[in-house]
Design a protein around this ligand. Structure first.
Ligand code: HEM
Length: 79
């Protein structure tokens, strides 16, 4: 489900029931936003249903690099 998340608009995986908190957001995931999200999801989107956090900065960097490697290179209007 996370494949392609870098460059994807937040809360737009078809069929997934997002919280109102995340569904109300309007941004495109990039590395910086993912870092903020994994550090503290509820800071980025108060009321989010994701309570899982990654405290270690190196772990976050590795995870985000993995997500980016499994995402199209650039956000594109045609997707
Ligand atoms: C390294 C592991 C994880 C990463 C990288 C990650 C990343 C993300 C991202 C990017 C989103 C937003 C998706 C979107 O906009 O389409 C999301 C949503 C969510 N994640 Fe995670 N997540 C991780 C682990 C977890 C775990 C372990 C749980 C549950 C125990 C979890 C529960 C959720 C939930 C419930 C949402 C939806 C939040 C909402 O609707 O407010 N995540 N996650």
């Amino acid at each position: 489900m996370h494949r392609g998340v870098v460059g994807r608009k937040v809360a737009t995986v078809a069929g997934y029931r997002y919280s109102k908190a995340l569904a109300a957001k309007n941004f495109i995931w990039d590395e910086a936003l993912l870092d903020a999200w994994l550090t503290a999801p509820a800071k980025l989107a108060p009321g989010t249903a994701m309570g899982f956090r990654v405290a270690d900065a190196t772990d976050r960097k590795d995870i985000i690099a993995y997500l980016a490697a499994n995402s199209p290179a650039k956000p594109s209007a045609s997707r």
